[in-house]
Design a protein around this ligand. Structure first.
Ligand code: NAD
Length: 357
């Protein structure tokens, strides 16, 4: 860990990037941590004061522009957290921004890494797995949620969730495609230029400072709407809110990164599913119950039964491989994560209210 002198966090004013940059600076005080961000995400400017107070250098830059990255200079490690992170990006309009940021931007980060021999940790996504394949997993209604039909399993899936062996043929959204294409490029840079690279395919990440919106960051959106007494909607799969996701607290992701950073050589070249897993998962109905209990508020929830093209009824990360290899496992349960989010919203109520309206 002492080998790191300068770390670049791209998307460093975003939810994941700002949390990781601040935690790194807190724990590795001697390291210069640079957060680069173009502030495209609504509300990302709220991170600037936190970054400054935490001793992280902010660099206003755009990963679509190689010269913005070159201006950062040599770094030992790049945490690639910048993205257009919405699975809906490109639907009904041009995919230019998501392609240029998520794919060309990765290429520019790789070039910076090649020139300076930097390691890269890339935040990929469960959305690399094709939509039709995920929808074909047999599910059954069980109380307030969908579950994998008991006793059933197939290639890359079981009651423990989706693992890295899940077949990749089929479409997955432009967002998912840019992430998978980035993964392939990253592997080529590892093989050709000897870079240390780690790819974490994350399920839903959440926690304080996530500026949740309908198409990304739904857990925080759900809690915020309860805090502010605003309506919600169950969308798709009959409109009953039984769709399921696993949740990973951003602090658990940080714990994993520290393990990976401590032995880059060991983890380099690995592509691993990272998430809360079956034990730390919930349906939207269950999320509603938690939010009601924690806030004491009930908000109107409409029902829209029509399923959108990109949506999937069930995604739980099977993180067994990385857990076996590293000993890491997520520690923060659903309740703790939701309590953290609630505490953060209440502490910054006035500033956050306009962002969740
Ligand atoms: N949050 C999740 O549930 C989740 C799940 C899986 C993977 N991921 C991945 O984790 C990473 C971080 O996601 P997040 O949740 O923090 O999203 P976020 O939107 O909060 O953060 C992304 C940041 O990137 C910045 N950005 C966008 N385009 C840029 C550009 N061209 N140049 C520089 N900065 C740019 C945005 O302003 C924003 O601050 C992304 O790569 C995302 O795909 C997130």
């Amino acid at each position: 860990m002492n080998a790191f002198k300068r770390i670049l966090v791209t998307g460093g004013a975003g939810f994941v990037g700002s949390n990781l940059a601040l935690a790194l600076k807190r724990d590795l005080a001697w390291v210069e941590v640079i957060a680069l961000d173009n502030l495209k995400r609504r509300g990302s400017e709220l991170a600037l004061e936190r970054l400054k107070q935490g001793g992280v250098l902010f660099c206003h830059g755009d990963i679509r522009c190689p010269e913005d990255l070159a201006a950062v200079g040599p770094v030992d490690l790049i945490l690639e957290c910048s993205a257009e992170p919405s699975v809906q990006a490109g639907y009904g309009g041009s995919p230019a921004y998501v392609l240029q940021t998520n794919l060309a931007g990765t290429m520019h980060c790789l070039e910076l890494a090649r020139q300076h021999g930097s390691a890269i940790i890339f935040l990929s996504t469960s959305r690399v797995y094709p939509i039709a394949g995920l929808r074909a997993i047999p599910l059954k209604e069980q109380g307030s949620r969908l579950v994998v039909a008991p006793g059933q399993a197939g290639i890359g899936w079981s009651e423990a969730g989706i693992d890295e062996g899940f077949p990749l043929a089929g479409s997955r959204s432009i967002y998912g495609a840019t992430k998978l294409a980035s993964e392939l490029l990253i592997e080529e840079y590892r093989a050709m230029y000897g870079l240390s690279v780690i790819i974490n395919r994350c399920g839903i990440l959440t926690g304080p400072w996530q500026l949740g919106k309908v198409d990304q960051g739904v857990v925080v959106l759900w809690m915020a709407r309860h805090c502010f007494g605003l309506p919600l909607r169950y969308i798709g799969f009959g409109g009953t809110g039984r769709q399921v996701r696993d949740l990973l607290h951003v602090d658990d992701l940080y714990d994993l990164l520290r393990v990976q950073m401590a032995d880059l050589t060991r983890y380099s070249g690995l592509v691993r599913n990272v998430g809360g897993g079956a034990e730390i998962s919930c349906s939207l109905q269950e999320l509603t119950d938690w939010c009601q209990r924690i806030t004491g508020q009930t908000v109107p929830i409409a029902s829209d039964p029509v399923t959108q093209d990109f949506d999937i009824p069930y995604y739980v990360s099977n993180h067994d491989q990385i857990t076996r290899e590293s000993g890491w496992r997520p520690q923060r349960r659903v309740e703790q994560t939701l309590l953290d989010i609630h505490g953060w919203i209440m502490a910054h109520r006035d500033r956050l209210a306009p962002l969740f309206g």
